[in-house]
Design a protein around this ligand. Structure first.
Ligand SMILES: [Zn+2]
Length: 453
């Protein structure tokens, strides 16, 4: 089945999970025109109504909206296989020994290949949109352009930001803010002129404990002036929960400096108190849970069930552990049950995060309409082979995801109406060449890493 580029086509002979009204549609056709879903109707109707459209035979595959990864760090790619001299003793030590050295070791080529291998991997796992949080203190200016170029080449949608911090001095914090301003403004202009909006920007911040008051004020002013919000880590470890012990929490501090709000994204929230969650709910701040990363860092478990019960839009991300969001959905499910010793938890919370909140976050930040298959929505979808020993219905769809996700094999990925993967291979880039060049680049990055203190 081959449909060239970005055309109008009718997808037939699949099972369509629409992600609304618990529907699995059989004997239906999904009609794509340019970058949107034009129609979903019976195959017979589609053949009559759209005779000139190309036909794409899904061959009995499951067709569903693409997954969204609401928080990742593409720059973590070269962390895989990197051996440290000593075992980190705690979370701040993990940052100092690994991440705050790896980010300083990155150059422009490293940024690009980290992002390109990440984008390829995301698409191969059925992800059609990502929200990335980037740091490269020795290559700040233009860094977001290199990531955008990688996403554009692979065909992935995204929201990018540069992680501002005062940990490397005031001057670097200012340059980080400027990189956010430059990229967001540039994308605003390009989107206005071309109508293409696949990659957008927001303002990135590391976390309260590495940011000074005037940097937070400047970030808040910048985000407001550009009509966007801030993307930051919050209470990931006890080290980031209290700004002044027992007096001012990191959530309260972020609020005092105007960082919280309906377009802001707070990541983790593991050590939040009830009053912190209430503040996040009142300000409509969105949140993202990253269970595999939290377990890997030994920092605790986010009170996902409490956060969701307060009406906070909480999505799910991989935090750079990999680009496979299904692994985190599965981990979140088990962690909820295990963490509270309560088998009633997990099912509805993970469904809400994976199928509802991630799309709500992406759509609120970009003005797009992704995460659902219906006329007028973005043509972002995944066709997968799925062998199940039991019937799949609209009602039991989520249990198939939780217990059978390892049987789900992504075959074809369509983003903005463009086929970016077909028969398990990326269409627009040479995967083997990219990974080969990335390994070379990782070797050079590791050498610089070994020379850093
Ligand atoms: Zn993160």
């Amino acid at each position: 089945m081959s449909v060239d580029g970005h055309l109008s086509f009718v997808i037939t002979d699949g099972f369509i999970y629409t992600n609304h009204d618990n529907q699995i549609l059989e004997d239906h056709a999904l009609v794509v025109e340019d970058n949107i879903i034009l129609d979903i109707c019976s195959k017979n109707q589609a053949m009559k109504k759209y005779p000139d459209f190309n036909q794409l035979d899904a061959g009995g595959k499951l067709i569903m909206p693409g997954w969204i990864n609401a928080h990742t760090h593409f720059y973590s790619a070269f962390g895989r296989g990197l051996l440290l001299n000593a075992i980190p003793q705690n979370f701040p030590d993990i940052l100092k020994q690994l991440w705050w050295k790896l980010d300083r070791a990155l150059d422009e080529e490293g940024i690009y290949y980290s992002a390109l291998t990440g984008a390829v991997s995301a698409i191969k796992h059925g992800v059609t949109a990502v929200i990335d949080h980037h740091a490269s203190p020795n290559a700040i200016e233009g860094s977001l352009d290199h990531i955008q170029k990688a996403l554009d080449q692979a065909g992935l949608k995204g929201i990018l930001c540069y992680e501002v911090t005062d940990r490397n001095g005031k001057e670097q914090a200012k340059r980080g803010l400027e990189e956010n301003r430059r990229f967001i403004s540039l994308r605003h202009g390009q989107i206005k002129n071309s109508g293409l909006n696949a990659v957008q920007g927001m303002v990135g911040l590391h976390a309260s404990f590495t940011l000074k008051d005037d940097t937070l004020d400047a970030a808040s002013d910048l985000a407001k002036s550009l009509g966007t919000g801030c993307h930051f880590h919050l209470a990931e470890d006890k080290a980031d929960q209290w700004q002044i012990p027992d007096q001012l929490s990191s959530t309260e501090r972020m609020h005092q400096h105007g960082i919280l709000g309906g377009k802001s994204l707070a990541i983790h929230g593991i050590h939040l108190r009830e009053e912190d969650m209430d503040l996040l709910a009142e300000t409509r701040t969105m949140m993202v849970h990253n269970p595999r990363s939290n377990m890997n860092n030994g920092v605790g478990r986010a009170p996902v069930e409490r956060i969701l019960s307060k009406g906070i839009t909480m999505g799910i991300g991989t935090d750079g552990m990999s680009q496979d969001i299904l692994q985190d959905l599965h981990a979140a499910f088990l962690l909820l049950r295990h963490g509270k010793s309560d088998p009633r938890l997990g099912w509805k919370e993970t469904q809400k995060m994976g199928l509802e909140c991630n799309a709500a976050i992406f759509n609120r930040l970009t003005g797009q309409n992704t995460g659902v298959l219906r006329p007028g929505a973005a043509a972002d979808m995944v066709l997968s082979d799925y062998q199940s020993p039991a019937p799949l219905t609209g009602q039991n769809f989520w249990t198939h995801i939780l217990y059978g996700f390892s049987s789900l094999k992504t075959d074809t990925v369509i983003i903005d109406g463009r086929i970016v993967m077909e028969k398990g291979r990326l269409v627009h880039v040479d995967e083997d060449e990219i990974f080969s060049k990335a390994r070379e680049c990782a070797g050079k990055t590791w050498q610089r890493f070994s020379e850093l203190k």
